[in-house]
Design a protein around this ligand. Structure first.
Ligand SMILES: [Zn+2]
Length: 120
């Protein structure tokens, strides 16, 4: 079974730059645009979980526990990622972690040249 995904990328807005700075991630050259409200709300402190949960529910983002710390966060707050422990080593599968864990440096970035090649 084959899947295809197309992402429309755009320039990085000031709110998006603030998000990457806040989560201590490198600012990419281009990003998938989010609604401006989501870009603004995700900059609110994570401890304001009620606002984040309401925003996630209203805009159909997920609301789920972080796989590392167990704190709930919304899909609009998706930040860093870590290798998916269920997929095993050598795969490029990853799971998203919360902004707090990302800011704490718990995210794992695999350099592009070290990603496994899954082409047939
Ligand atoms: Zn976390």
């Amino acid at each position: 079974m084959r899947f295809s995904v197309t992402l429309r990328l755009g320039p990085v807005s000031l709110l998006q730059r603030a998000w990457y700075w806040r989560t201590r991630q490198p600012v990419p050259r281009a990003v998938t645009p989010l609604p401006t409200a989501s870009e603004a709300v995700r900059l609110l402190p994570q401890r304001w979980a009620g606002i984040h949960k309401k925003h996630a529910t209203r805009h159909r983002y997920y609301w789920a526990p972080c796989p590392l710390c167990g704190d709930h966060y919304g899909g609009h707050q998706a930040a860093g990622s870590v290798p998916d422990p269920l997929s095993g080593p050598g795969t490029s599968m990853s799971v998203i972690i919360c902004p707090r864990c990302t800011r704490a440096g718990r995210s794992v970035n695999i350099p592009y040249g070290e990603l496994p090649d899954h082409r047939p």
